[in-house]
Design a protein around this ligand. Structure first.
Ligand SMILES: [Zn+2]
Length: 285
């Protein structure tokens, strides 16, 4: 395919292909922003935009993380997109910038980090924002069989691939639990008896039971709540197992908005096609 090209032309074409790739990446961020705005991931049966990027779009965890950070940052700070497109700022650098870049400091900060390798960007940010960008310490832990198995199980249950993020979550929960040991916290399973709740959890396999229109089941296994298929306020039973199911927090909230449109008429679970109603003529144009 390249044999007939001289070296100079080949290099020019390589550069052009890379430029196209950057513009394409920036376009992907626009698509992700719109998917998120319409909350399409929720309706289709994914637990989050992150989950949608991995299971539906086929990105790896790292690719997803960088794209979502870049997507949200470029919505917030308009100066970011042109820099991504001309290749002077990478997705990795943007991820590093995400905790500190604001509309108010973009004019000052961006010129300092463009055209710099991400390691250098990390150093600059650590100096400029010592209170926000902490130097990371490396904790080495030897995993025996049991610990490794527990870690794998916890990762699956929490839908979290990053061990450090999971550890932070577990430690936060542990500290919170210890601090509120003597406080009775209300359960989300209100009006559903503990035994019934257990049966619902067993039946639904400790996983959100929401099914998208394409048959995709939400894979969220954390923060599950018991949902009344027919709401309790509308006479739905709290004893009939057929009226109860497990939903993750996001799907339960969207379902509540659907049940009680006076709260929020624009539930992402509304009839497929809304709010992003497909106007075929416009789509084909
Ligand atoms: Zn869910």
């Amino acid at each position: 395919m390249f044999e007939k090209l001289c070296d100079e032309t080949f290099l020019v074409e390589t550069k052009a292909a890379v430029l196209k790739e950057k513009i394409q990446t920036s376009r992907v961020l626009d698509y992700l922003a719109e998917v998120d705005r319409r909350r399409l991931w929720l309706r289709e049966g994914y637990a989050s935009l992150y989950d949608f990027c991995i299971r539906y779009l086929g990105y790896s965890e790292g690719e997803t993380h960088r794209r979502i950070q870049a997507c949200r940052l470029s919505q917030k700070v308009v100066e970011v997109k042109p820099l991504l497109e001309n290749g002077t700022l990478s997705l990795t650098s943007l991820t590093l910038l995400s905790p500190v870049l604001e509309k108010s400091n973009a004019q000052d900060l961006l010129p300092k980090v463009i055209n710099k390798p991400s390691r250098e960007v990390a150093d600059i940010l650590a100096k400029e924002f010592p209170e926000k960008i902490h130097k990371k310490e490396i904790l080495k832990i030897v995993l025996d069989e049991e610990l490794k198995e527990l870690l794998d199980q916890a990762k699956r249950l929490a839908s979290e691939k990053d061990g450090a993020v999971l550890l932070k979550k577990v430690l936060k929960d542990f500290v919170r639990q210890k601090r509120t040991r003597n406080t009775v916290t209300p359960r989300h399973t209100y009006r559903v008896q503990a035994r019934t709740a257990r049966e619902v959890r067993d039946r639904d396999g400790y996983q959100c039971s929401y099914l998208g229109p394409q048959g995709v089941r939400c894979n969220q296994t954390a923060h599950l709540q018991i949902d009344h298929v027919r709401p309790y306020a509308m006479g739905g039973s709290s004893r009939d197992l057929a009226n109860l199911r497990l939903l993750c927090r996001a799907h339960n909230l969207a379902k509540a908005r659907l049940d009680f449109p006076q709260w929020d008429p624009a539930s992402p679970l509304a009839t497929p096609g809304k709010p992003g109603l497909c106007n075929k003529e416009a789509c084909q144009a």
